[in-house]
Design a binder for this molecule. Structure first.
Ligand code: FES
Ligand code: FES
Length: 156
């Protein structure tokens, strides 16, 4: 049995109201109901960081965030970090500059976590960046580039 309930929240600044199954994750709602497929599903168990988004400006793993918990709150996904005319976020540009991606599957989550890392002041040196980013796995082993990209963007 399922319990349907209404939730209202903003996604990338856009007011959104949906009837949801109270057990649905924010990740599934973003991808399947709102077609925001930039947020990736890796493990679906909070262990890879591929699904990282911002909730009221703080990073969360959306696979472990029940959608009912975001009622009245503000969600930002990778689709919402660029400028109004499609400009990249400075960290996205830094990922390109530092070859910080190979297959790209982990990249949206890395960028969302990296933006939070910089914003929260945890990007003062490589060790601090690695510690903050330790929940974001990269099967391709692009960690060196990822750290370098965050370091570059943090200097701006
Ligand atoms: Fe959410 Fe892996 S899909 S942490
Ligand atoms: Fe392939 Fe990170 S670039 S998983």
């Amino acid at each position: 049995s399922t319990a349907a309930t209404d939730v209202a929240f903003t996604v990338n600044g856009r007011p959104t109201r949906l009837s949801v199954d109270s057990r649905e994750s924010l990740l599934d709602v973003l991808r399947e109901r709102l077609a925001l497929t930039g947020t990736k599903k890796g493990c679906d168990h909070g262990q890879c960081g591929a699904c990282t988004v911002h909730l009221d400006g703080r990073r969360v793993v959306s696979c472990l965030t029940p959608v009912v918990k975001v009622d009245g709150r503000s969600v930002t996904t990778i689709e919402g970090v660029g400028g109004p005319d499609g400009e990249l976020d400075p960290l996205q540009q830094a990922f390109i500059d530092h070859d910080a991606l190979q297959c790209g599957y982990c990249t949206p989550g890395q960028v969302m976590a990296g933006i939070a890392c910089i914003r929260e002041g945890h990007a003062r040196d490589d060790a601090e960046i690695r510690e903050y980013m330790s929940g974001n796995l990269c099967r391709c082993g692009a960690y060196g580039g990822i750290v370098a990209a965050i370091r570059q963007a943090a200097r701006r």
